[in-house]
Design a binder for this molecule. Sequence first.
Ligand code: CDP
Ligand code: MG
Length: 175
Amino acid sequence: MPYNPRVVILALNSRLSALDFFMERTLILLKPDCVERRLVGRMISRFEDKGLNIIAMKMIRVTPELAREHYAEHVKKAWYPALEGFITGAPVVAAVVEGLEAIRVVREMLGATSGLAAAPGTIRGDFSSSRQMNLVHGSDGPEAAKREIALYFRDDELCGYQPTVTQWLRASDEG
Ligand code: CDP
Ligand code: MG
């Protein structure tokens, strides 16, 4: 029986949208300690090696205003002034990373907040011995990701693309 092109297009569309459901974007910040310690390249490599896709990236100086917006949930905490001093103390590299379940995957790659508690093999576990200077930020959920990406990037700065290597990173029915 010949294919009905309309049915094929519909089937393709529904398959794509089902996989799109797991395709996420998350904000990472390579914090001032990461920049000062010359670890930017190695951190970016870890995300690239994992198969995540960097779709935006820039170096900026976080202002106190931006710090207060970004860390709104922590502003009233006793340690917030020290955090603000740290995050505004040298440039950061902000990036948007895209991939299947990227929000959770990135958080797991980072490890626990304190480098002393983070498991070996994680970024913080391998490179940090501090609860403040833990090298990389990653959004902690879909709402935070949306909010934080908008804090650092305009929509037209996000350059989504499908790398040709994708076909060698995962099977076609995995997204
Ligand atoms: O980054 P994460 O979500 O793992 O931790 P958080 O509890 O949301 O805290 C945000 C950031 O504040 C941490 O990544 C640390 O850099 C910093 N922090 C700190 O300076 N002192 C603490 N006692 C806890 C966190
Ligand atoms: Mg957090």
